[in-house]
Design a protein around this ligand. Structure first.
Ligand code: 5GP
Length: 189
């Protein structure tokens, strides 16, 4: 069986990656989402094992020492990492696997798996991004300020990505990603 593709989706916080990804996963049954481990506390409605595997700092540190992560990074004071086995198993089973990770993680993945498909999601404007970030009222103003600063740095990274998708409309953006993935599949055969 053909090994699955590795697809990396990155972009500033609150740009709408989760919503696009949900739509994309509905559209494309061959895609699997790689659930990351994080030390961030769950937001209301988030489910352990589905959105993230929520771990303590000690557990995360142990996973780092055991070499369990394909990549890991600190983001706004919390640790996030992709579990290498999950990715490898899905790909071996022929599934194309999607990682939704920050730019530091994307860079680490590119070093290890240069033939991955790297997609960066941008907002229609920085003002629109700020509006979306402010709507996330689950966080303290301080945490939001930290995310805004990171977002500006992240936007500068977009040029390292193979594909840039503007999230002006969720359905349109998901459709564009679907086409990017279909093209990568065709190139693979
Ligand atoms: P959030 O806390 O908003 O869910 O995620 C914050 C940032 O961490 C987002 O940019 C998200 O894509 C990124 N992120 C989520 N999981 C991982 C991961 O496993 N590795 C890395 N490097 N970043 C991640």
């Amino acid at each position: 069986m053909k090994k699955g593709l590795l697809i990396v989706i990155s972009g500033p916080s609150a740009v709408g990656k989760d919503t696009i990804l949900r739509r994309l996963l509905e559209m494309d049954p061959k895609l699997r989402y790689s659930v990351s481990a994080t030390t961030r506390p769950p937001r209301p409605g988030e489910i352990d094992g589905a959105n993230y595997t929520f771990v303590t700092r000690e557990q995360f540190q142990r996973l780092v020492e055991e070499g369990s992560f394909l990549e890991h990074a600190e983001y706004a004071g919390n640790l996030y990492g992709t579990l290498g086995d999950r990715v490898a198993q899905a790909r071996e089973a022929g599934y194309d696997i999607v990682l939704k990770i920050d730019v530091q993680g994307a860079e680490q993945v590119r070093q290890k798996i240069p033939d991955g498909v790297f997609i960066f999601v941008v907002p229609p404007s920085m003002q629109e991004l700020e509006r979306r970030q402010t709507m996330r009222d689950s966080e303290a103003a301080e945490a939001r300020a930290a995310r805004r600063k990171i977002a500006e740095q992240e936007m500068a990274y977009s040029k390292h990505f193979d594909h840039i998708v503007v999230n002006d409309d969720v359905d349109r953006a998901a459709e564009e990603m679907f086409k990017i993935i279909q093209n990568a599949r065709e190139r693979q055969t």
